[in-house]
Design a protein around this ligand. Sequence first.
Ligand SMILES: Nc1ncnc2c1ncn2[C@@H]1O[C@H](COP(=O)(O)OP(=O)(O)OP(=O)(O)O)[C@@H](O)[C@H]1O
Ligand SMILES: [Mg+2]
Length: 326
Amino acid sequence: MTPHLHPSVAKLLTLPDRQRQQSLFTYKWIPYTRAQHVIRKLDDLLTYPPTHRMPNMLLVGDTNSGKTVILRHYAETHPSYAHEEDGRLVRPVVFMQAPPGPDEGRFYNILLDQVYAPYRTNDRVDKKQRQVIHTLRHLGVRMLIIDEIQHVLAGSQAKQRLFLNVLKYLSNELMIPLVCAGIRTAFNAIQHDEQLANRFEPVALQSWSMGDEYRRLLLSFELLLPLQHPSNLVDDVLAYKLLDMSEGRLGELARILRLAAVQAIDEKSECITLNGLSRLDYTIPSERMIYHRLFSVKEGAEPGYLTGNDHPLPDGLLSGEVRLVS
Ligand SMILES: Nc1ncnc2c1ncn2[C@@H]1O[C@H](COP(=O)(O)OP(=O)(O)OP(=O)(O)O)[C@@H](O)[C@H]1O
Ligand SMILES: [Mg+2]
């Protein structure tokens, strides 16, 4: 009997160790409460009647907090379909990643790639913009999701403004909600533009702290680890240790548990223990950041650019409080 495992995972126990370890690296979606909350907000946006003043969302959170996973999951659960009347392809949700810098042409290229529309790379930007509007309308797109939005909001204020205007124009012209995701630098950039700040509701993915939600998350993770014996991750000692090591970041927690499960299979203990966690070859995120900053200073790069942590968010935003902006 393996009540500590999800039935689909229990089946994996008969596999050779190597395959069981490999299975740990396949993606599994955990519908934790905060993610479900974000998804309900996305549903509200998707069904919002088209107007010239659409509400938008900015999903903001530190790196590794689960932003991309939620948004990709949403796009995957709203795939393309054939229109009932004329068989035309309808694409309700488009997910894209912003280009690495504030380059409007590249932004449109990526968007056109996402919807499989052919274009000429050296076409003028205004032509590409028209093509984007036409193609998205034709496909019946009802939501555009732009991940890593801080990339296009980097640089001088003039460049930021250019991109903020691109976003405003797309949202107005297409009458669809924009959902942007990024770290706190994106939040700060959007706050600089009063009109956009009013139309982007910030929704935060905060880091985890001890409590029922966190314990439920650990239970979900444990159900997905193909180990013979229960680890009882929710027990105080393990739960606190994991919180400490991950510094409350979902992605780090997922990574630690994967590494610890691989180790438990190698060592035949078949469960995650405090001793096993203490021996893991793992550096906690803030220590990694210290090395990273030291390294970037040496290389002459701007320390902190990658995290944006040097721009503080208003109190409470990343600690779970969601501010509604009308
Ligand atoms: N709902 C979920 N279910 C299971 N695992 C998840 C979930 N959300 C996040 N994770 C884990 O956390 C990791 C990091 O998530 P994600 O890439 O979405 O973070 P992010 O906030 O987009 O980070 P970044 O700002 O660096 O892009 C994922 O690779 C996955 O292991
Ligand atoms: Mg991401």
